[in-house]
Ligand binder design. Structure first.
Ligand SMILES: Cc1cc2nc3c(=O)[nH]c(=O)nc-3n(C[C@H](O)[C@H](O)[C@H](O)COP(=O)(O)OP(=O)(O)OC[C@H]3O[C@@H](n4cnc5c(N)ncnc54)[C@H](O)[C@@H]3O)c2cc1C
Length: 414
């Protein structure tokens, strides 16, 4: 694979851009692979990438029923932060955040990581106490965050009204090295690197069954025939329960649609990401100038990837008190993605009752930020049977009552 560089751009400019190679191949499936990953979202592709990069396992197929990055990876609001409360969460999210810092160089693909700072607003006394506690926990975990007061909030985000009648801004949890990245580019960058290592990305190939013998996985049934494997990774977010059912086990999670919307583009007015958990909305400005706004989950389970008008209205109404200027914006698009939510709001990265079969799911409303760390740890779990990053996130925690409660850190959909 030719490397992308300033020189390559200049060279192609002189030959009408006819020399670019396809970013990834579109191969026919082989009969069998060492490892099959179901789901070419960010987590599936990152897992495959680190299997190759860190463990030399490259006889890998990533099977995707639609197009790569077409699930939640291409539908999220791209917020990256690691200011979680519990130690295992801080470890995996901070690993991810730090990998994001160098990911463009590592993949030779510009993922447009923008560490512009993430601010979680405290708009009740309860939140003030909660975020001060998180800042203390983060300092013990080696994650750099701080609690800032209302005047500091106004200084870093002047468009904000901090004197709202219902929910005045009392302060906020500030992570200066949090930010955003271009979500499609994360999927495309990993896909290109996987393809370059000889892995097969099989798009438009739906997994319809999991085959097994003597309690061990032997392969998957797909819309393009049977594909054998020694190890199987299920990395399908909102469809985790559906695919787990094919493999013969149940998961303690629910699938719900989560919604977001964008406004018409406007001049730069906000250069940080703001999350307002009390009113349940969050906002950043994209490079094109659109205000990217995230809302909540539907209050019922479902598999539809659509927005709905009542959510749009609720989310915008909630944010207007804190951001009066958005009252005059036209909203352009809204959409939904199916997120997989566990009871303790923490992910599942685990072996399963089926030998050789592993599951990576439960990232719920906040897994984009985790993609590199999740791929790193899950690849290690699949290759070696154990990873320090994933050890606490096993399925057994639900049986043993060892929950990793992140309902505060993940209390708003993000
Ligand atoms: C509106 C919205 C906003 C969000 N905002 C943020 C945010 O700001 N920050 C953040 O950190 N997270 C956010 N998230 C969450 C984040 O997007 C997800 O946690 C993350 O993208 C999950 O990635 P994934 O690779 O596990 O899943 P996906 O990207 O959904 O990939 C799973 C893939 O599996 C495929 N698949 C499913 N079933 C099968 C099958 N039977 N056969 C073959 N393929 C199959 C699907 O087609 C899909 O492409 C948001 C999510 C939504 C919906």
């Amino acid at each position: 694979m030719k490397r992308y560089s300033a020189f390559a751009i200049a060279r192609e400019a002189f030959r009408q851009h006819k020399g670019w190679e396809r970013a990834w191949a579109n191969p026919e499936p082989k009969k069998a692979y060492d490892v099959v990953i179901i789901g070419a979202g960010g987590h599936g592709l990152a897992t495959a990438y680190y299997l190759g990069k860190n463990f030399g396992i490259t006889n890998v197929a990533i099977i995707e029923k639609g197009w790569l990055g077409g699930g939640n990876t291409g539908r999220n609001t791209t917020i990256i932060r690691s200011n979680y409360l519990q130690d295992p969460s801080a470890a995996i999210y901070e690993k991810a955040r730090s990998l994001y810092e160098g990911l463009s160089q590592d993949l030779n693909y510009n993922i447009m990581f923008s560490p512009r700072g993430v601010l979680m607003l405290a708009q009740t006394e309860h939140e003030v106490r909660g975020y001060k506690r998180t800042a203390q926990a983060n300092s013990l975990q080696g994650v750099t965050t701080e609690f800032i007061n209302a005047q500091q909030v106004k200084k870093i985000c002047p468009i904000m009204n901090i004197d709202g009648p219902r929910y005045p801004v009392l302060g906020g949890l500030w992570q200066a090295r949090g930010g955003t990245a271009r979500h499609d580019a994360v999927a495309w960058g990993y896909a290109r690197a996987c393809s370059d290592m000889g892995m097969h990305i099989l798009q438009k190939t739906e997994v319809t069954g999991v085959t097994q013998e003597g309690g061990n996985v032997t392969g998957v049934e797909t819309s393009r025939g049977h594909i054998g494997c020694n190890k199987l990774g299920i990395v399908v977010a909102g469809h985790s329960s559906v695919v787990a059912d094919m493999a013969g086990f149940r998961l303690p999670l629910e699938s719900v649609p989560l919604q977001a919307l964008v406004s018409e583009p406007i001049k730069p007015c906000m250069d940080i990401v703001v999350m307002a958990n009390t009113v349940h909305g969050y906002m950043s400005q994209s490079d094109k100038g659109e205000m990217v706004i995230g809302g909540g989950t539907d209050s019922f389970n479902g598999y539809h990837q659509r927005g709905s008008f009542h959510h749009l209205e609720e989310t915008v109404r909630a944010l207007i008190e804190t951001f009066p200027m958005i009252a005059r914006l036209k909203m352009l698009r809204h959409w939904g993605g199916i997120v997989d939510v566990t009871g303790d709001r923490s992910p599942i990265l685990s072996k399963t009752p089926l030998g050789g079969c592993f599951i990576n799911s439960g990232w719920g409303t906040g897994g984009f930020k985790a993609i590199p760390g999740s791929g790193w740890g899950f690849a290690e779990l699949m290759a070696k049977g154990h990873s320090p990053l994933t050890a606490e996130f096993g399925l057994d925690r639900f049986r043993e009552g060892r929950f990793i409660d992140e309902s505060v850190a993940a209390g708003v959909a993000h």
